[in-house]
Design a protein around this ligand. Sequence first.
Ligand code: UDP
Ligand code: MG
Length: 332
Amino acid sequence: MKTVEIIVPCYNEEKCIFLFYEKLKEVFMTLSQYRLILTYIDDGSTDGTMNEIKRLEKTARQEKIQYLSFSRNFGKEAAIYAGLLKSTGDYVTVMDADLQHPPELLKEMLYAIENEGYDCATARRVSRRGELPVRSTLSKCFYHVISKITAINLISGSTDYRLMTRKVVNAILSMPERERFTKGLYAWVGFNNKWIEYENRKRVAGRSKWNMRGLFRYAYSGIISFAITPLRGVIYLGLVITLAAFIYAGYVGIAALYAGEGGRNGYTSIMIAILFIGGVIITILGMIGEYLARIYLEVKKRPIYLEKESNLEGEHGIEEPEKEEYDKKTTN
Ligand code: UDP
Ligand code: MG
């Protein structure tokens, strides 16, 4: 009997836990040939999410309910990573707790993997009904830009909701970077993927954790994680400016030759040149600083999350390869 493991990142989702479970049970009534594991990753919730999960653990009969809770809010990306790291199922998927990722798509996903030879199947939103138009437009721009300037091809509307075989899960986990952008990692690892399309759903209860600022940060982080184009673009920008400066210098030189005494006032052109070049240099420094900061964060090798509580077997809050080193440090 194959096992399907569902990882559910939760951040203040007390109202959604039972609604989600009820719906999932309904779907699995028709998928009785699989064993179900539900792994809740509580991303430092401050409401009753953990209580709800524990209550569920006591009442659930057929399926295995696991949980792992973080010492604080580390973000959805960290929660996904923790879930995948601890996963044991034959097929693993990540699903939002608010039922915006329709559980019934699992049937189609399982069919694609088991009967059509795919390694993974990913849900893709084809409509953004019920979403603010400004958010849809900005997010379309984001997909366009990231696909243009990075080597990965991100499909608009793609989600984190993907059913994967163990092979794909291991591939995702083989990337140990701290600043994680799961959608990009999904695209980067390749494999045979089937897109499963669906219409946007409204959140079943509670509120979205994203505001515009958060979304901007997410988009920005995605681009910086995968694109080195901005860094390369800087060189071209520098060359173009140098060339422009040469041309302008030639022009000013010739003009000065022909101008009389009064025409040799170079104040304006000098000011323009200084301000322009100054602006460009500061921008470029900022851009380099951005990548430098990333390198700094990566070399520090801080854990992606810290565990507070869990009912998982053989668990610890540090990734396997770093556990030994961590133990050494803390016992000294
Ligand atoms: N989430 C999380 N950590 C966070 C923010 C969100 O684990 O810091 C979870 C959240 O509980 C939900 C999923 O990620 O299960 C998607 O979040 P949300 O519904 O708020 O995002 P939206 O659907 O509005 O993009
Ligand atoms: Mg949501």
